[in-house]
Design a protein around this ligand. Structure first.
Ligand SMILES: *Cc1c(COP(=O)(O)O)cnc(C)c1O
Ligand SMILES: [Zn+2]
Length: 438
């Protein structure tokens, strides 16, 4: 394994409280394994297999995972690092480069359940409560911590918005340079939140897939040799951050895996890692063995995984994305085949919804739960409605839907359809004329 280079990324711990007072647990990661051919590697800074170019994933020592207990996790900090005994990096708190996201609310959604006819119980996992208001803080904390460990000095990303916000904020927190590349047509809320941290922000006149191709080329240049692209060269570590969403759901349900989960998909990584988290908790004996079903959600403007699911394909054909759910607009999803596998293996399905349904989904969730989701959350709620309506999701079983981002970041599609219900002069007469009092 590459060791930390002198002068590489250091967390500024001044002013921070000690986050993990207990002894440092052993790192449970054995190395990286190719998901395609099974070749194994050390904990290196690569995301593609040297043998077959397949994607690499962190591989664990299941004996170490089996030693992890609920009590040990519960005694940890109130953030993702309580699961560090199940993660590949960050065992020593001093090594972490993190905004300490996680333990976001699991909100009981009884009113939405009633409206949709769900009787088995409905919950919203609300990741808008993370420090930069999306689930991406989980993956960036893992990626930035791995970057430090592997000796990188800068972090970077190609992003559909939320990743940009989180990478720039993490870099600002520890005082390292970051380089974030976004499609130039992102929502103003996401552009401002990426720019405010005072880091390098490059708007690219192209789609996310164009941006991703550009950063792959940049990663090969001398200037970016010391830069970790969080979702490219350290992607195996980045991806593990998404597992914490699955761990939290189980812990917040009282160490139980829910029967059904509905998950929005961009690259498909989050979905595969929630499934991995459930498998690990089961294998480690932390939860009782049970069956679960995973459903994927996409927008009609970017539905390559939905199409592959319907057609029975194992591979995903790239599309040119459009539509308002920009955080999900990845036309060539890297984890598409693995997401399809998790969905099919658990007996799930994929729904797709158009822009009007997405806006309705945002409004339905807000109106019935008080949670204001970004467009990706609108996709998930609208897909939930669709899955119940056509009988693919069992309304008698406990269901969790993921809200992965904050509504204030994507106000644009809401502005034309919601606003003040009345407009009055500052007088009782005017309020009376408006019909609010008799
Ligand atoms: C990135 C993102 C996702 C999906 O991420 P993948 O792991 O690439 O599928 C979902 N919701 C929001 C809000 C995101 O920003
Ligand atoms: Zn391989």
């Amino acid at each position: 394994m590459t060791m930390t280079a002198p002068g590489s990324i250091q967390a500024d711990s001044s002013g921070g409280l000690p986050t993990h007072p207990g002894p440092v647990p052993p790192c449970p990661a054995r190395g990286l394994v190719c998901r395609n051919c099974g070749a194994t590697f050390g904990l290196i800074a690569e995301h593609a297999c040297a043998e077959c170019f397949g994607p690499l994933e962190v591989d664990y020592d299941y004996d170490l995972l089996k030693a992890v207990t609920r009590e040990q996790i519960e005694a940890g900090p109130q953030n993702i690092w309580r699961y560090v005994a199940l993660l590949p990096v960050g065992q020593d708190p001093a090594d972490r480069v993190s905004l300490d996201p996680g333990l976001t609310p699991l909100v009981r959604a009884d009113r939405l359940a009633e409206e949709l006819g769900i009787t088995g119980g409905l919950w919203v996992k609300d990741d808008s409560a993370n420090p930069t208001h999306s689930f991406k803080d989980r993956v960036v904390s893992l990626a930035a911590t791995a970057a430090k460990r592997l000796g990188y000095r800068k972090i970077a990303a190609a992003s559909t918005g939320n990743l940009a916000n989180s990478v720039a904020a993490h870099a600002a927190r520890v005082g390292i340079p970051s380089f974030v590349f976004i499609p130039s047509d992102l929502e103003p809320g996401k552009v401002v939140q990426s720019a405010v941290y005072g880091q390098t922000l490059v708007a690219v006149d192209g789609s996310y897939d164009d941006v991703n191709r550009l950063t792959s080329e940049l990663a090969e240049t001398d200037e970016f040799e010391d830069t970790a692209f969080v979702n490219q060269n350290v992607r195996p570590y980045y991806a593990e951050g998404s597992k914490t969403m699955g761990y939290e759901i189980a812990e917040q349900l009282g160490w139980r895996i829910p029967a059904q989960v509905v998950i929005p998909m961009a690259s498909g990584s989050l979905l595969t890692k929630v499934d991995k988290a459930f498998r690990e908790l089961t294998a480690a004996g932390i939860v009782e063995a049970t069956e679960w079903t995973i459903f994927g959600a996409q927008s009609a403007g970017c539905d390559p995984i939905a199409t592959a699911f319907e057609q029975g394909w194992d591979v995903v054909r790239p599309v040119k994305p459009s539509g308002i759910a920009k955080s999900l607009n990845i036309g060539n999803p890297a984890d598409g085949p693995y997401a399809l596998d998790a969905i099919r293996r658990t007996g799930g399905s994929v729904g797709r919804v158009g822009d009007d349904e997405i806006v309705q989904g945002i409004r339905d969730l807000a109106r019935t739960t008080g949670v204001f989701a970004e467009t990706a959350g609108g996709v998930t709620v609208a897909v939930l409605r669709q899955l119940v309506a056509d009988g693919r999701l069992d309304p008698a079983k406990e269901t969790v839907v993921l809200n992965t981002g904050e509504g204030l970041k994507t106000l644009d599609p809401l502005e034309p359809v919601v606003g003040p219900t009345h407009r009055v002069e500052p007088s009782l007469r005017s309020v009376r004329a408006a019909g609010l009092i008799g």
